[in-house]
Ligand binder design. Structure first.
Ligand code: NAD
Length: 451
């Protein structure tokens, strides 16, 4: 830990509140009930979208369940010598359009049903973005902050080994998600490449995406999800004739997606005035220095103790007036109460499933626009595809090229979803699902059902 920052020393940054003493720990309260059936929520949207797009009943039936659900229990020797058993999941929802594709989540609340919901959403995202991928998701139920780096490495390697041939560059391709990052992917790729034998070792880099650039990753992947969200916000602003310069934003979750969204938007003149993560919430009416806050979180693991803002409650965070709210943490964060409290023009879903259906209804009734997850955070899987292509071709593209391709892809998807929603008089989430379903249906109709 950086002692200087931990002691609450002023960072002297422009716009940040200057504290001479450490701020009080941010408050954490939750308004969200624990019981939440994320999988049923995704199923309900599937049903609504299938009706709007007039999808054949048998296609809807196939897509209502994942193709494969894998649970592995594996032992890991901890630093203390104790052996702990971990539970890992990989759900492979659909691979009609290409290999299963989706992130690996390390979090204490990982459950089979949530992973099923997230895997299905990956199927819709790949189809919406016209990627030759299907959908998958996985993870391990534990708190990655509670183990040492060496333990984290052993857990990741043993998990990868347990998954064995259930992953592969032409079969199922993991990527980072909550609690995992490029380092996790480097360990997974290294473990997998040591499992396949010397002759194939060099050709399996594409078994995961989101790797460090020097280990076969692509430039632009780390920020890709945030960058993709920003391209969507830019399209929304153009459509609504809204001037982003001088506007304000609040961000929940300041990890990969939240911090990059804030940093990129800060360059466009959007100031982040409220932030929150698993440790609490903070407010700065002058705007946080997104770069410095990102560096701080990188060094300390959370926003806790950051000297550039005032601690606020979760309720105060949601009631903060801003132009844009970017939920970039977890699912089921915006229920009815949060939605009633929100005083913004746009909710851009960096996270998967941050609005629950009741919350979304309140937002839409209030006239708040919602950029749905399946569209808004699909920049991650899109650039993962670019990484996979580069690995196949032994190429490395420049960051400008990656960004330019992503911009074209996100803006096209935004237009398709926005036009569909307007023409069919449905909301953008149902539109995004419907476009994806129609693409998948057309392939089922061409290929028909084996045998
Ligand atoms: P991350 O681990 O880098 O960051 C997660 C953030 O959420 C952290 O700031 C954490 O403190 C915060 N958080 C966790 N629990 C919280 C709680 N109870 N209340 C408030 N904040 C909490 O993860 P990430 O990769 O940035 O993913 C964030 C979201 O974006 C997830 O829903 C993920 O599925 C989605 N997503 C990520 C990617 C990607 O490329 N990483 C792509 C698409 C979607």
């Amino acid at each position: 830990m950086n002692d200087k920052l931990a002691a609450g020393a002023s960072l002297g940054e422009k716009g940040d509140v200057q504290n001479s003493a450490p701020p009080p720990p941010p408050s954490r309260t939750s308004l969200i009930p624990k019981e939440y059936d994320f999988y049923k929520v995704v199923q309900d949207y599937l049903d609504r979208a299938a009706k709007v797009a007039n999808i054949e009943g048998y296609v809807r039936t196939i897509l209502s369940q994942p193709k494969n659900e894998l649970i592995v229990n594996f032992p890991v020797k901890m630093d203390s010598g104790e052996v702990r058993l971990f539970k890992g999941y990989r759900v492979q929802h659909n691979n009609l359009l290409g290999p299963f594709k989706g992130g690996m989540r390390y979090h204490p609340q990982v459950s089979l049903d949530d992973v099923k919901a997230l895997a299905a959403m990956m199927t819709w995202k790949s189809a919406l973005m016209r990627l030759p991928f299907g959908g998958g998701k996985g993870g391990i139920k534990f708190d990655p902050h509670s183990v040492s780096r060496m333990e984290l490495q052993r857990i990741t390697r043993r998990f990868t080994h347990s998954l064995g041939e259930n992953i592969g560059p032409e079969y199922d391709i993991p990527a980072p998600d909550v609690g995992t990052n490029s380092q996790t992917m480097a360990w997974m790729m290294d473990t997998y490449s040591n499992m396949v034998g010397s002759a194939q070792k060099q050709s399996v880099k594409g078994v995961v995406t989101g790797k460090p650039v020097s280990s076969g990753g692509t430039l632009g992947r780390t920020k890709a999800t945030g960058q993709g969200l920003v391209y969507c916000i830019l399209e929304w602003a153009k459509e609504k004739s809204f001037d982003l310069e001088g506007s304000t934003m609040s961000v929940q979750g300041f990890g990969n997606v939240g911090s990059h969204t804030a940093v990129i938007l800060s360059k466009l003149g959007v100031s982040t005035i409220a932030v929150g993560d698993h440790t609490g919430y903070m407010f700065n009416p002058e705007g946080f220095n997104a770069h410095k806050l990102q560096d701080y979180v990188e060094a300390h693991g959370s926003i806790s103790g950051y000297p550039g803002g005032k601690a606020i409650t979760r309720e105060e965070f949601f009631a903060t007036k801003a132009d844009i709210f970017a939920p970039c943490a977890l699912e089921n964060q915006i229920g009815e109460m949060e939605a009633r409290a929100l005083d913004v023009k746009l909710v851009g879903e960096g996270a998967n499933g941050p609005c629950n259906p009741a919350g979304e209804k309140v937002l839409l009734d209030k006239g708040i626009d919602v950029l749905p997850d399946v569209l808004a955070n699909s920049g991650g899987v899109t650039v993962s595809y670019y990484e996979w292509v580069q690995n196949k071709r032994s190429e490395s593209w420049g960051e400008d090229e990656v960004d330019a391709r992503l911009e074209t892809a996100m803006k096209r998807a935004y237009r398709e979803v926005s036009d569909f929603a307007r023409n069919k008089k449905c909301d953008m989430r149902v539109a995004a699902y419907a476009i994806a379903l129609a693409r998948i249906e057309s392939v089922y109709k061409e290929r028909e059902i084996f045998p």
